[in-house]
Design a protein. Structure first.
Length: 438
């Protein structure tokens, strides 16, 4: 069921993004009286699921859910319609239009995706606002992944800055280490400020070892909920119990306890806890996926910083969020050229796993806004077969006054399509490899 919910969110999100992206091309094409032969969501090799024609344009839904397209008359695109291109140019064709009009037609999709992302972030901030827990409000400090402890961090430390970049939330630490090629951490340890040097290549190591959470908020393990049919209720654990040790190891903080429990999958553990100031002990079975069926109390230990926005106040904040998202994504691209980054490339499976297993509109729109930024940026890259490739050749034409030949554009389009197909197969192959072997 979780897979179906994730898949549903992925398909809906990409459908919105693709339709609006292609509408950007469609809008400028129609504005400049350029004929649009087809407007499709998904691809339709051999047949389509649904179609109708209005005017000169056929609208439809294909059966292959890998994107969508508009087919513009007189344009060398993925259709590779060489017969039409061999005929004399017609007034309504793309190739007959002035270069500036062709340029606007090509950037229309990217422009719409950027505007859409800003709009989504604007609406998110207006409806939900922003909230976070500042690391300085983490009264018990942070818990760290083992590789963070190797460089000198200890559970309970608070990382306040990475180089000159201020840390606001615990998630900032890993992202700054990965994206900023940082050299030093500033740490608050029991009121004492100290610095920790970061080994070269540590950011890449975080990626290569697939560290999902380098630092988390540290809080005591007090039981807040017990699953009615879980192992914990069979062992007699109740809401309000404070976990002290598991198998004799200190487990008074949540992350320490879960690590011990997960290391005893399929076994039984001895849990010492305190109930109403009375020390108690029980034996509890651990499931094969490392769970015992209890949830911790969390919110009582932290001050949540919340910001609410009025309708117009949310607009500049949404634009700023979109710009920061774009900057962060561009910085991530440099990692693609490392072996650690390449190994983490993912296709539709990786994108789908970004969505939560339960339908959540905040998460859905947040990810859709992020993917809109990604789609816009990737499409504007100067690669033949992408919008950016067409833009590159149009800029060359505008600057030099010379238009590349149709034969050259055909070869460039073919090369670009082969490159994109290779990347698509590689990324989705990575998904398959991870699903089978990891």
């Amino acid at each position: 069921m979780d897979i179906l919910i994730k898949a549903g969110q992925l398909i809906l999100s990409l459908s919105i993004l693709v339709v609006l992206h292609e509408f950007g091309h469609f809008f400028f094409a129609k504005l400049f009286k350029t004929r649009v032969e087809k407007f499709y969501l998904f691809f339709d090799p051999w047949f389509s699921l649904f179609k109708f024609k209005k005017g000169d344009t056929e609208y439809g839904v294909g059966w292959l859910p890998l994107g969508g397209y508009v087919k513009i008359s007189g344009m060398i695109d993925e259709s590779m319609d060489k017969e039409a291109m061999a005929e004399p140019p017609k007034d309504y064709e793309f190739r007959s239009k002035p270069a500036y009009q062709r340029l606007l037609i090509m950037v229309g999709g990217v422009l719409v995706n950027f505007l859409l992302a800003f709009f989504i972030f604007w609406m998110i901030l207006f409806k939900w606002g922003e909230s976070h827990i500042d690391v300085n409000d983490a009264k018990f400090g942070l818990d760290f992944h083992p590789i963070a402890k190797e460089i000198g961090l200890l559970d309970g430390d608070i990382v306040t800055s990475v180089d000159t970049h201020k840390v606001v939330t615990s998630k900032d630490i890993a992202s700054l280490l990965i994206l900023e090629d940082a050299k030093q951490l500033t740490v608050n340890r029991n009121g004492e400020v100290l610095t920790i040097n970061i080994p070269e290549g540590f950011g890449k190591r975080i990626i290569g070892e697939e560290v999902r959470s380098l630092a988390e908020l540290r809080f005591p393990f007090v039981v807040d909920s017990v699953l009615p049919k879980g192992n914990a209720i069979d062992a007699g654990l109740q809401k309000g119990d404070s976990i002290v040790t598991i198998n004799g190891e200190d487990a008074s903080f949540f992350r320490e306890a879960t690590a011990i429990i997960e290391s005893n999958k399929g076994k039984r553990v001895t849990i010492a806890f305190v109930r109403n100031n009375e020390p108690m002990e029980t034996r509890c079975a651990v499931s094969d996926d490392g769970k015992i069926g209890i949830g911790p109390k969390v919110n009582d230990y932290f001050n949540v910083t919340s910001v609410k926005y009025g309708f117009w106040e949310a607009l500049p904040a949404g634009i700023n969020k979109g710009v920061n998202t774009l900057v962060g994504y561009v910085k991530q691209l440099k990692l693609v050229f490392s072996k650690e980054g390449v190994s983490q490339l993912g296709g539709f499976g990786a994108i789908g796993n970004m969505f939560p297993p339960t339908w959540n509109w905040y998460s859905f729109w947040s990810l859709t806004g992020f993917l809109s930024i990604v789609l816009a940026f990737m499409n504007i890259l100067p690669i033949p077969a992408l919008d950016g490739g067409h833009v590159l050749f149009l800029l060359y034409e505008i600057i030099t006054g010379r238009k590349p030949s149709d034969k050259f554009l055909e070869y460039a389009q073919t090369a670009g399509m082969l490159l994109l197909l290779t990347l698509l197969l590689f990324a989705n192959g990575n998904d398959i490899f991870r699903a089978i072997f990891k």
